[in-house]
Design a protein. Structure first.
Length: 240
């Protein structure tokens, strides 16, 4: 395969990955607690390739922007947002998950859950059990009061190494087992009856999406040109 075709094909592949990432950012622009993704680009040359082999464009690594999203009041006592660093903790069948999406609900038995049904954990590491028949008040420190008494406290944890978090779905993260353990967030404030909006910029992502699409089209033309040139060369050789 000629150099032009190889380089164009590699460029198209990296642009397809960028398109998927941008499309996901735009699709989740209204998802509470969503953190937008970006990517690092690099040039790659195989160690087995010759000295004249081209450097191919690839996406070396994806990264997540964990910056704060704006908080929006909802009026629901079970909606909770974090101002500052930190994550709520939920227990899934596969282990602990961290999330900024505080859109919670109560099960019929009074268990505080995420919308996916995962139990939300308290600062003691146990699922939070509440009385569905009583008013729920949540303070800035995550303390949950019912009937004038503190009945539980939301776990709000921060991860020293954010690069060790892996996305699960659009608003959940798991922590690498080899990474430093999560610890109570020092500078987090909990706000009841509010949710954190996605931190992406839909308009900016849409503009970049158009740019990547144009790049993809140009690379397609380059591949078509390379194929035409190869066909012409083969025909010329056949005439000889």
């Amino acid at each position: 395969m000629d150099t032009l075709t190889v380089a164009a094909a590699s460029g198209m592949r990296s642009r397809m990955e960028s398109l998927d990432l941008l499309a996901n950012n735009i699709a989740n622009a209204s998802t509470s607690g969503f953190k937008s993704d970006g990517e690092f680009h690099a040039l790659y040359t195989s160690a087995d390739a010759g000295p004249d082999a081209p450097e191919l464009p690839v996406i070396e690594k994806r990264w997540t922007d964990f910056s704060q999203g704006t908080l929006t009041a909802t009026g629901s006592p079970l909606d909770v947002a974090i101002s500052g660093s930190g994550f709520f903790v939920a227990r899934s069948p596969g282990g602990l998950l961290y999330t900024r999406n505080g859109s919670f609900r109560l099960s019929t038995g009074g268990l505080l859950q995420t919308q996916e049904g995962y139990p939300v954990l308290g600062s003691d590491g146990k699922p939070i059990q509440l009385d569905p028949g009583q008013t729920i008040e949540i303070g800035g420190d995550g303390a949950i009061h019912q009937g004038g008494a503190e009945v539980a406290r939301l776990a709000v944890m921060e991860c020293p190494d954010l690069d060790a978090l892996s996305k699960h779905g659009n608003t959940y993260y798991s922590l690498d087992a080899s990474a430093p353990a999560a610890r109570p967030a020092a500078n987090a404030q909990v706000r009841q009856s509010a949710l954190e909006n996605a931190n992406g910029q839909p308009a900016q992502a849409a503009v970049r999406l158009v740019g990547v699409l144009r790049q993809f089209e140009m690379l397609q033309r380059a591949m078509s040109l390379a194929a035409s040139m190869n066909k012409q060369a083969i025909e010329e050789v056949a005439k000889v």
